[in-house]
Design a protein around this ligand. Structure first.
Ligand SMILES: Cc1ncc(COP(=O)(O)O)c(C=O)c1O
Length: 319
């Protein structure tokens, strides 16, 4: 069943410039379209299609009030006439009504706030309540995690392969922000399935290396099994946790500096939680490992609305 969710694909790959004598390119997944786009839009396309094929009449998912995934889910569901229920941990931040929270409000999702430790129960209760009232809810894991999300980025890897042919080059490295690990699992699946040797490096935005790598491996196993594909002997998961700082949403000065530099050199905006952290981590990795003469691709996974939440922080930092 087709859904009313048209992404602008392929997203462009642009030459960014030289970085420590490497050639850096940027893939603009922030330009997929659908409510400011991003990697969550690629994933949502498949979840929405699945929901519609199951004749769902509403969608239940979860994420923080500033979640990119919640913004895209609300947009995609609303455009397709489905109600959306967002289970959100009670927030202790008082950043104000802006960024994703503001954009999300246009779609009028039904927000169910709950203490962080009660999220799982609240999701269960919400789903049961909807079913009891005669609804047919479709559940999407936070961040668009799951085989369909992995599939979206397996296809994105193949999209990159086609663009490599057009550009007459092969990328030695792909860097991107890694959160739930689904984007990375999809890219790595694409690499294995197509027998390529690209080093795909996920820069963690929160998880430590053990947990992050394990979840990505689990996603890969699940994807290979559910698609009846043989599992490669050595799953090549390269996940780095050195640039997290003090955890999720820890925005340290080097990240703000990186965001400012990227904006000034390319007029491309990154955000402090995902792409800014990943771009900074990539720069550090390139220098630390003395990469040179390589072709490197950075995937801009979107999330630009988050930048607006940090206006005051930037003002303070650069006063
Ligand atoms: C802008 C952005 N980039 C990257 C990620 C990480 O993607 P994944 O959860 O698939 O690892 C997220 C997830 O929240 C995101 O919002």
């Amino acid at each position: 069943m087709s859904s009313n969710l048209r992404l602008k694909l392929p997203t462009p790959i642009d030459y960014f410039g030289e970085m420590s004598s490497n050639q850096l390119f940027i893939k603009r997944d922030d330009l997929t379209e659908v409510a400011f786009g991003g990697n969550k839009a690629r994933k949502l396309k498949f979840f929405l299609r699945d929901a519609l094929s199951q004749k769902a009449d509403c969608i239940v998912t979860y994420g923080s009030i500033q979640s990119n995934h919640c913004r895209i889910t609300s947009a995609a569901a609303t455009m397709n006439g489905l109600d959306v229920y967002l289970v959100q941990p009670e927030s202790d931040n008082n950043e104000g009504f802006n960024g994703n929270q503001f954009l999300n409000s246009f779609f009028e999702p039904k927000v169910i706030s709950t203490p962080l430790n009660a999220v799982a129960n609240t999701i269960e209760q919400t789903l049961q309540g909807l079913k009891l009232s005669g609804k047919n809810p479709y559940f999407i894991q936070g961040g668009g995690h799951g085989d369909l999300g992995t599939h979206a980025y397996k296809l994105a890897y193949e999209e990159i392969m086609k663009q490599e042919q057009e550009l007459k080059l092969e990328f030695d490295y792909i860097f991107h922000a890694s959160g739930t690990g689904t984007t990375q699992a999809g890219l790595v699946a694409g690499k294995h399935i197509n027998k390529k040797s690209t080093d795909i490096i996920g820069i963690s935005i929160a998880r430590n290396i053990d947990r992050g790598s394990e979840v990505i491996k689990d996603s890969l196993l699940s994807y290979f099994e559910s698609n009846n594909l043989s599992v490669p002997r050595n799953l090549d998961v390269h996940f780095i946790d050195e640039y997290i700082g003090n955890g999720y949403a820890d925005v340290y000065p080097e990240i703000m500096q990186t965001i400012k530099e990227v904006a000034r050199t390319s007029a491309i905006f990154l955000d402090p939680i995902y792409t800014g952290k990943a771009f900074y981590g990539m720069k550090q990795y390139i220098d630390k490992n003395q990469l040179n003469d390589k072709k490197i691709l950075f995937i801009h996974t979107g999330g630009t609305p988050i930048l607006f939440n940090y206006a005051e922080d930037f003002k303070r930092e650069f006063k």
